[in-house]
Write a protein that binds this ligand. Sequence first.
Ligand SMILES: Nc1ncnc2c1ncn2[C@@H]1O[C@H](COP(=O)(O)OP(=O)(O)OP(=O)(O)O)[C@@H](O)[C@H]1O
Ligand SMILES: Nc1nc2c(ncn2[C@@H]2O[C@H](COP(=O)(O)O)[C@@H](O)[C@H]2O)c(=O)[nH]1
Length: 203
Amino acid sequence: MVPDAPAFLHHARLTVLSGPSGVGKGTVVAEVRRRYPGVWLSVSVTTRRPRPGETDGVQYHFVDDAEFDRLVATDGLLEWAEYAGNRYGTPVAPVRERLATGAPALLEIELQGARQVRARDPEAQLVFLAPPSWADLVSRLAGRGSEPPEVQERRLAIAQAELDASGEFDVVVVNDDVARAADELVGLLTAPSPDLCRGGAHE
Ligand SMILES: Nc1ncnc2c1ncn2[C@@H]1O[C@H](COP(=O)(O)OP(=O)(O)OP(=O)(O)O)[C@@H](O)[C@H]1O
Ligand SMILES: Nc1nc2c(ncn2[C@@H]2O[C@H](COP(=O)(O)O)[C@@H](O)[C@H]2O)c(=O)[nH]1
Protein backbone atom coordinates (compact mmCIF):
# COMPACT_ATOMS: atom_id res chain seq x y z
CA MET A 1 0.00 0.00 0.00
CA VAL A 2 1.27 3.47 -0.81
CA PRO A 3 1.29 5.60 2.36
CA ASP A 4 -0.59 8.88 2.16
CA ALA A 5 2.37 10.89 3.38
CA PRO A 6 5.41 10.30 5.56
CA ALA A 7 4.32 10.37 9.20
CA PHE A 8 6.89 13.07 9.90
CA LEU A 9 5.50 15.34 7.17
CA HIS A 10 3.89 17.77 9.58
CA HIS A 11 5.71 21.09 9.45
CA ALA A 12 3.76 23.90 7.81
CA ARG A 13 6.48 25.02 5.48
CA LEU A 14 6.23 26.37 1.98
CA THR A 15 8.65 24.73 -0.48
CA VAL A 16 9.25 26.15 -3.95
CA LEU A 17 10.63 23.93 -6.71
CA SER A 18 12.08 25.86 -9.60
CA GLY A 19 14.38 25.18 -12.52
CA PRO A 20 14.55 25.59 -16.28
CA SER A 21 11.81 24.38 -18.57
CA GLY A 22 12.38 20.73 -19.46
CA VAL A 23 14.68 19.92 -16.53
CA GLY A 24 12.07 17.52 -15.15
CA LYS A 25 10.27 19.40 -12.35
CA GLY A 26 6.89 17.91 -13.26
CA THR A 27 8.37 14.43 -13.66
CA VAL A 28 10.12 14.49 -10.28
CA VAL A 29 7.07 15.92 -8.48
CA ALA A 30 4.88 13.25 -10.10
CA GLU A 31 7.24 10.58 -8.76
CA VAL A 32 7.12 12.09 -5.26
CA ARG A 33 3.30 12.17 -5.38
CA ARG A 34 3.12 8.64 -6.79
CA ARG A 35 4.93 7.53 -3.65
CA TYR A 36 3.14 9.95 -1.31
CA PRO A 37 -0.24 11.02 -2.72
CA GLY A 38 -0.71 13.27 0.32
CA VAL A 39 2.02 15.66 -0.84
CA TRP A 40 0.08 18.81 -1.71
CA LEU A 41 0.95 20.71 -4.89
CA SER A 42 -0.52 24.10 -5.74
CA VAL A 43 -2.43 24.26 -9.06
CA SER A 44 -1.41 27.45 -10.86
CA VAL A 45 -3.46 29.65 -13.14
CA THR A 46 -2.08 30.31 -16.60
CA THR A 47 -3.03 32.11 -19.79
CA ARG A 48 -1.16 29.46 -21.81
CA ARG A 49 -3.29 27.15 -23.97
CA PRO A 50 -3.63 23.57 -22.70
CA ARG A 51 -1.28 20.98 -24.24
CA PRO A 52 -2.82 17.77 -25.54
CA GLY A 53 -3.64 15.65 -22.50
CA GLU A 54 -3.82 18.56 -20.05
CA THR A 55 -7.10 19.02 -18.17
CA ASP A 56 -8.41 22.27 -16.71
CA GLY A 57 -8.08 22.19 -12.91
CA VAL A 58 -5.52 19.36 -12.93
CA GLN A 59 -2.22 20.59 -14.40
CA TYR A 60 -3.42 24.22 -14.39
CA HIS A 61 -6.49 26.39 -14.18
CA PHE A 62 -6.52 27.69 -17.77
CA VAL A 63 -7.81 31.27 -17.81
CA ASP A 64 -8.09 34.13 -20.29
CA ASP A 65 -6.29 37.47 -19.96
CA ALA A 66 -9.30 39.18 -18.39
CA GLU A 67 -9.55 36.57 -15.61
CA PHE A 68 -5.79 36.74 -14.98
CA ASP A 69 -6.03 40.57 -14.76
CA ARG A 70 -8.90 40.20 -12.30
CA LEU A 71 -6.87 37.83 -10.08
CA VAL A 72 -3.92 40.25 -10.07
CA ALA A 73 -6.15 43.25 -9.31
CA THR A 74 -7.88 41.49 -6.40
CA ASP A 75 -4.63 40.22 -4.82
CA GLY A 76 -5.71 36.69 -5.61
CA LEU A 77 -2.19 35.54 -6.44
CA LEU A 78 0.70 34.82 -4.08
CA GLU A 79 3.06 35.51 -6.99
CA TRP A 80 2.84 35.73 -10.73
CA ALA A 81 5.13 36.15 -13.73
CA GLU A 82 5.16 36.45 -17.47
CA TYR A 83 7.14 33.58 -18.96
CA ALA A 84 7.80 33.02 -22.67
CA GLY A 85 4.73 34.98 -23.74
CA ASN A 86 2.21 33.65 -21.21
CA ARG A 87 1.32 34.53 -17.63
CA TYR A 88 1.41 32.09 -14.71
CA GLY A 89 0.42 32.61 -11.07
CA THR A 90 -0.18 30.85 -7.76
CA PRO A 91 -3.68 31.27 -6.28
CA VAL A 92 -3.03 32.50 -2.75
CA ALA A 93 -6.12 31.19 -0.92
CA PRO A 94 -5.45 27.43 -1.29
CA VAL A 95 -1.82 27.89 -0.17
CA ARG A 96 -2.92 29.87 2.91
CA GLU A 97 -5.58 27.26 3.72
CA ARG A 98 -3.10 24.42 3.34
CA LEU A 99 -0.44 26.02 5.55
CA ALA A 100 -3.09 26.93 8.15
CA THR A 101 -3.75 23.22 8.68
CA GLY A 102 -0.11 22.79 9.71
CA ALA A 103 0.74 20.81 6.59
CA PRO A 104 3.45 21.69 4.06
CA ALA A 105 2.76 23.07 0.61
CA LEU A 106 4.73 22.71 -2.62
CA LEU A 107 4.86 25.16 -5.54
CA GLU A 108 6.38 24.34 -8.94
CA ILE A 109 7.15 27.75 -10.45
CA GLU A 110 9.76 29.69 -12.42
CA LEU A 111 12.51 32.01 -11.16
CA GLN A 112 10.69 35.37 -10.98
CA GLY A 113 7.91 33.76 -8.96
CA ALA A 114 10.40 32.04 -6.64
CA ARG A 115 11.95 35.45 -5.92
CA GLN A 116 8.53 36.92 -5.12
CA VAL A 117 7.75 34.06 -2.72
CA ARG A 118 11.07 34.58 -0.95
CA ALA A 119 10.30 38.30 -0.57
CA ARG A 120 6.86 37.55 0.91
CA ASP A 121 7.88 34.54 3.02
CA PRO A 122 11.55 34.48 4.00
CA GLU A 123 10.93 31.11 5.74
CA ALA A 124 10.04 29.45 2.43
CA GLN A 125 12.46 26.77 1.26
CA LEU A 126 13.71 27.41 -2.29
CA VAL A 127 14.86 24.33 -4.21
CA PHE A 128 16.45 24.54 -7.67
CA LEU A 129 16.28 21.50 -9.94
CA ALA A 130 19.29 21.50 -12.27
CA PRO A 131 20.07 19.34 -15.31
CA PRO A 132 23.21 17.17 -15.28
CA SER A 133 24.40 19.20 -18.31
CA TRP A 134 23.19 21.77 -20.83
CA ALA A 135 23.03 19.05 -23.49
CA ASP A 136 20.70 16.99 -21.26
CA LEU A 137 18.39 19.98 -20.85
CA VAL A 138 18.25 20.64 -24.60
CA SER A 139 17.52 17.00 -25.40
CA ARG A 140 14.85 16.68 -22.68
CA LEU A 141 13.00 19.77 -23.89
CA ALA A 142 13.22 18.64 -27.51
CA GLY A 143 12.35 15.05 -26.58
CA ARG A 144 9.19 16.13 -24.75
CA GLY A 145 8.02 17.53 -28.05
CA SER A 146 5.33 19.74 -26.53
CA GLU A 147 6.59 23.00 -28.02
CA PRO A 148 7.62 23.92 -31.56
CA PRO A 149 11.36 24.58 -32.11
CA GLU A 150 11.01 28.38 -31.87
CA VAL A 151 9.31 28.09 -28.48
CA GLN A 152 11.98 25.64 -27.33
CA GLU A 153 14.62 28.23 -28.32
CA ARG A 154 12.82 30.91 -26.34
CA ARG A 155 12.62 28.65 -23.28
CA LEU A 156 16.32 27.72 -23.57
CA ALA A 157 17.31 31.41 -23.69
CA ILE A 158 15.42 31.91 -20.41
CA ALA A 159 16.98 28.70 -19.04
CA GLN A 160 20.46 30.15 -19.33
CA ALA A 161 19.52 33.05 -17.02
CA GLU A 162 17.73 30.66 -14.65
CA LEU A 163 20.83 28.45 -14.34
CA ASP A 164 22.91 31.55 -13.61
CA ALA A 165 20.55 32.32 -10.69
CA SER A 166 20.74 28.86 -9.07
CA GLY A 167 22.98 30.29 -6.33
CA GLU A 168 19.98 32.25 -4.99
CA PHE A 169 18.32 28.98 -3.93
CA ASP A 170 18.69 27.19 -0.59
CA VAL A 171 19.38 23.83 -2.22
CA VAL A 172 20.31 22.63 -5.72
CA VAL A 173 19.10 19.12 -6.64
CA VAL A 174 20.57 17.63 -9.83
CA ASN A 175 17.98 15.65 -11.79
CA ASP A 176 20.37 12.98 -13.04
CA ASP A 177 17.87 10.25 -12.21
CA VAL A 178 14.16 10.71 -11.46
CA ALA A 179 14.00 8.27 -8.51
CA ARG A 180 17.14 9.69 -6.91
CA ALA A 181 16.04 13.31 -7.35
CA ALA A 182 12.60 12.38 -5.94
CA ASP A 183 14.32 10.85 -2.87
CA GLU A 184 16.17 14.09 -2.34
CA LEU A 185 13.02 16.20 -2.73
CA VAL A 186 11.11 14.01 -0.25
CA GLY A 187 13.94 14.55 2.21
CA LEU A 188 13.71 18.31 1.77
CA LEU A 189 9.92 18.35 2.07
CA THR A 190 10.08 16.42 5.32
CA ALA A 191 13.04 18.26 6.87
CA PRO A 192 12.08 20.50 9.77
CA SER A 193 12.56 24.17 8.93
CA PRO A 194 15.60 25.82 10.55
CA ASP A 195 13.17 28.12 12.30
CA LEU A 196 11.32 25.21 13.95
CA CYS A 197 14.68 23.80 15.05
CA ARG A 198 15.35 27.10 16.81
CA GLY A 199 12.04 26.78 18.63
CA GLY A 200 9.51 28.56 16.41
CA ALA A 201 9.05 31.79 14.51
CA HIS A 202 6.45 33.35 16.73
CA GLU A 203 8.00 33.10 20.17
N1 LIG B 1 16.08 12.36 -14.88
C1 LIG B 1 15.63 12.36 -16.14
N2 LIG B 1 16.30 11.70 -17.12
C2 LIG B 1 15.86 11.71 -18.40
N3 LIG B 1 14.74 12.35 -18.83
C3 LIG B 1 14.04 13.03 -17.89
C4 LIG B 1 14.43 13.07 -16.53
N4 LIG B 1 13.53 13.83 -15.84
C5 LIG B 1 12.61 14.23 -16.74
N5 LIG B 1 12.91 13.76 -17.96
C6 LIG B 1 12.17 14.01 -19.24
O1 LIG B 1 12.38 15.37 -19.58
C7 LIG B 1 11.23 15.93 -20.21
C8 LIG B 1 10.81 17.21 -19.49
O2 LIG B 1 10.34 16.87 -18.19
P1 LIG B 1 9.22 17.74 -17.48
O3 LIG B 1 8.07 17.99 -18.42
O4 LIG B 1 8.93 17.08 -16.18
O5 LIG B 1 10.01 19.11 -17.26
P2 LIG B 1 9.57 20.44 -16.48
O6 LIG B 1 10.77 20.93 -15.78
O7 LIG B 1 8.36 20.17 -15.65
O8 LIG B 1 9.20 21.39 -17.69
P3 LIG B 1 8.28 22.72 -17.71
O9 LIG B 1 8.87 23.68 -16.76
O10 LIG B 1 8.37 23.17 -19.14
O11 LIG B 1 6.89 22.31 -17.34
C9 LIG B 1 10.14 14.84 -20.17
O12 LIG B 1 10.07 14.23 -21.45
C10 LIG B 1 10.65 13.88 -19.11
O13 LIG B 1 10.22 12.56 -19.35
N1 LIG C 1 5.89 32.17 -11.54
C1 LIG C 1 5.17 31.07 -11.83
N2 LIG C 1 5.65 30.15 -12.69
C2 LIG C 1 4.91 29.06 -12.92
C3 LIG C 1 3.67 28.86 -12.31
N3 LIG C 1 3.16 27.68 -12.75
C4 LIG C 1 4.07 27.16 -13.59
N4 LIG C 1 5.13 27.99 -13.70
C5 LIG C 1 6.35 27.81 -14.48
O1 LIG C 1 6.15 28.27 -15.80
C6 LIG C 1 7.10 27.64 -16.65
C7 LIG C 1 6.43 27.13 -17.89
O2 LIG C 1 5.48 26.13 -17.58
P1 LIG C 1 4.83 25.23 -18.74
O3 LIG C 1 3.79 24.39 -18.04
O4 LIG C 1 4.26 26.17 -19.75
O5 LIG C 1 5.96 24.41 -19.30
C8 LIG C 1 7.73 26.50 -15.82
O6 LIG C 1 8.99 26.93 -15.37
C9 LIG C 1 6.77 26.37 -14.67
O7 LIG C 1 7.40 25.87 -13.50
C10 LIG C 1 3.20 29.84 -11.40
O8 LIG C 1 2.12 29.75 -10.80
N5 LIG C 1 3.98 30.92 -11.21
